[in-house]
Design a protein around this ligand. Structure first.
Ligand code: DGJ
Length: 744
């Protein structure tokens, strides 16, 4: 069993196939962390606890002056006692005191994994080897009870943590901070990897050596954000893609978050993750509980590459849900970069005609189909078709698209309201704003107050009504501004600081209602590109628009960075026109196709303008993707060349069966007299032979992995010169080992 307990010594062992996480109750009351890392088979727990040292901190045990909470690795440290490091929980009681002392009380073990109330989370299915340990600690003087939940996905090598805080007293308790996880390491020799960025430049990896003190990332924008992603990894200095210790923390939440590490006086490190304490306060009424979101924790000694593959597997299989979790995604064409707001039914149907000819399977109508929206200054909230552009309405258009043999998808931005909209004229107080002040606009719009039930109901009804009436197969759910001027007209003066989290709960409720009511619809999340690319959204929507930057060269970096935590099959990726609209770069058709094809594939250009040669290219790309999607989404990813460190970006996928693999390599700049380039494949089965589908050449696994594959050996790319050239190889494992000389 994945959870073992030594009842006599109160030691808790959480074990996956390759890892151990061990806790112990110390001095009969403090729940402490003993170890997290490679699986330990034989253990002497008395040697695992590190906390003794002399310091001038308070000593809760009068008889032991070397014993202090300031060094004790507590599992859920609280503010106000003698631990001066970053606390996970901060409270305020009716008498103004803040001290909470959490002492161990009891535990229970549950087969499987209970759902988290109102929040997205990983889940267990019937037959999974998943167990949950719930440990109760409490401060009986104040009546605060805390249940720490640890779920162990033993075969996947994943551990999840969340916390439920219950007020058992008869007075209100205010939570000023309630993190989801805190983990102490008895070492500071780590690098911290984060994924940072901006609009159009999301999730660039940054690896920095830990220093003394707190180093944090986070968001207080009301969304997980383009700027920081809710993911951190701690890596040993010598950890590479293929080897070494890697610890990952990933937050299943789409709103404000904080994640970081504090290195203390004894060179120990405390990692933490949770809802950001800025702009957060929660009134915990008597008898009620506060559920924190979940942190998904992964350890591996097999490097950053394996850390990513573990996250990919759990997010693909036990976070994403619904019909499309395991199904190939349709090839789509989205009209945004093709027409922007300037379209009508005739134009859209002309694109649909061409799409059908090319083998594309779905047409997505983006922004501009509703209200009177000819630009971004109006109509958000007025979810009914603009008859000027679409005389037959959405129902008529969907029908016409279906008649051409295509699915039909539609863009919404359900969380927003334009000042120039009927909805705003009817309900000016439905947006988040401070009464008496002019609400600040961003892209000419404001955020609907989803902390209010009536606003949520409006959104659910408005979106569902269109989905029900028009035969929609896909929804692009966009969100294009962050929250400012935090205030909800629906609440009194107390509880305003709950708004950010209540907004998220409202949003999750709205999505749950709409999505569960339309199980056949494929949903794609979007937030000005990849501004909300997080595990919380993946629970509802199995794919996310990765970035508004559709330039293939830029996408090499963005998708490579995103892959540290998220699988390629969740990344919306489209071929767009050249010169590219964001960076004005010209990249070859093949590069644009190859880079997009590893994600949820589509086109984002005016297909009606394609030349005969381009028509042919697109047809071939679509056919190729249809073959690849039979196995690519579930394949394991291996990153081979880091584009942030040189002139090449390369990665490969190995199918679940191990019989197929795809290798992609993009050379950024052409140089005169370039030295020969070899890439070293990974994940192949030693002793086996592989045939390159494009060239017919055969290789041993050892040659491909240790001698390397010459980039110039690509059989697919006729034009190997120039900037941003893409090289691709597909390999099939040969049944029997049979090595022929290449080109024999
Ligand atoms: C931002 C999205 O990221 C784009 O793809 C597009 O849908 C626009 N919004 C439409 O306004």
């Amino acid at each position: 069993m994945a959870v073992r307990i030594d009842d006599q010594n109160l030691i808790f062992y959480l074990e996956t196939e390759h890892t151990s996480y061990i806790m112990q109750v110390v001095k009969g009351k403090y729940l402490c962390h003993l170890y997290w890392g490679k699986k330990l088979t034989k253990i002497y727990p008395e040697r695992l606890l590190s906390f003794h040292g002399l310091c001038c901190s308070a000593n809760p045990d009068e008889t032991d002056k070397t014993y202090t909470l300031d060094l004790l690795p507590q599992e859920y440290p609280t503010q106000g006692a003698a631990d001066y490091r970053r606390a996970a929980l901060e409270t305020e009681y009716a008498d103004g005191s803040i001290l909470t002392e959490l002492f161990y009380e009891s535990y229970r073990v549950i087969k499987g994994k209970p759902l988290l109330k109102e929040l997205p989370a990983t889940y267990a299915e019937e037959g999974d080897d998943v167990w949950t340990l719930e440990i109760t600690c409490a401060d009986r003087r104040t009546g605060l009870e805390v249940k720490l939940s640890y779920s162990v996905f033993s075969q996947m090598d994943v551990l999840t943590r969340s916390v439920c805080i219950i007020n058992r007293s008869s007075a209100r308790v205010v939570l000023n901070k309630a993190y989801s996880a805190s983990v102490d390491f008895n070492s500071d020799s780590f690098d911290m990897l984060t994924l940072n960025g901006a609009w159009g430049r999301e999730r660039y990896p940054e690896r920095v050596k830990l220093r003394r003190g707190n180093q944090t990332i986070g968001s207080v924008r009301g969304a997980s954000s383009h700027q920081e992603n809710p993911f951190i990894a701690l890596l040993r200095e010598d950890t590479t893609e293929k080897t070494g210790d890697a610890y990952g923390f990933s937050f299943v939440y789409s709103g404000n978050f904080i994640a970081g590490v504090e290195v203390d006086q004894s060179a120990a490190s405390r990692a933490y993750m949770g809802i950001h304490e800025d702009l957060f306060q929660w009134n915990l009424e008597p008898g009620s509980c506060f559920q924190t979101p979940e942190t998904v924790m992964v350890y591996t000694d097999r490097g950053l590459g394996e850390l990513s593959r573990i996250y990919h597997r759990i997010y693909r299989r036990r976070l994403c849900r619904g019909k499309y979790r395991d199904a190939g995604r349709p090839v789509l064409v989205n009209n945004w970069e093709g027409t922007y707001f300037d379209f009508n039914q005739k134009k859209i149907l002309a694109i649909a005609d061409k799409a059908a000819e090319l083998g594309i399977e779905m047409l997505v109508l983006d922004d501009g189909w509703f209200g009177k929206r000819d630009d971004d200054t109006s109509s958000l909230g007025d979810w009914y078709a603009d008859q000027r552009k679409l005389p037959d309405g959405i129902t008529g258009l969907a029908k016409a698209v279906h008649l051409r043999g295509l699915k039909f998808g539609l863009w919404f931005e359900p969380e927003m309201i334009s000042k120039d909209s009927n909805l705003y004229r009817q309900h000016p107080d439905w947006c988040i704003h401070v009464p008496g002040r002019e609400p600040m606009e961003c892209r000419n719009q404001m955020v609907l107050d989803l902390s209010r039930g009536e606003v949520c109901s409006y959104v659910i009804d408005a979106v569902s009504q269109i989905l029900d009436s028009a035969g929609i197969d896909y929804v692009k759910w966009d969100m294009n501004r962050h929250i400012t001027e935090y205030y909800s007209a629906g609440r009194g003066s107390s509880g305003q600081s709950e708004l950010c989290h209540r907004y998220m709960l409202g949003l999750y409720h709205v999505m749950d209602e709409i999505i569960s009511g339309h199980p056949d619809v494929l949903f794609e999340s979007c937030s000005s590109g990849g501004g909300r690319f997080d595990p919380g959204m993946l629970y509802y929507m199995p794919q996310i628009w990765t970035s508004d930057d559709t330039d293939a060269a830029e996408r090499v970096y963005i998708q490579y960075g995103t892959s540290y935590a998220y699988p390629f099959c969740t990344m919306g990726a489209h071929v767009s026109t050249v010169p590219n609209h964001q960076v004005h770069r010209v990249t070859p058709w093949k590069t644009r196709g190859d880079v997009a094809m590893t994600g949820a594939f589509g086109y984002e250009l005016d297909l009606t303008g394609l030349t005969a040669m381009e028509t042919n290219v697109v047809k071939k790309q679509v056919q190729r993707y249809k073959r690849l999607r039979m196995w690519l989404p579930a394949a394991d990813l291996y990153r081979l060349e880091n584009p942030f460190c040189g002139n090449y970006g390369a990665w490969m996928f190995v199918s679940e069966s191990g019989n197929q693999c795809l290798v992609n390599c993009i050379r950024m700049m052409e140089r005169a007299n370039m030295p020969e380039k070899r890439i070293f494949l990974q994940g192949l089965k030693e002793g086996c032979s592989y045939r390159c589908v494009e060239t017919g050449n055969c290789y041993s696994a050892e040659e491909l992995m240790y001698a390397g594959l010459r980039v110039s050996e690509d059989g697919e790319n006729p034009d190997m010169r120039g900037d941003f050239v893409s090289f691709t190889w597909s390999f099939e494992k040969m049944m029997k080992r049979k090595i022929r000389r290449t080109n024999e």
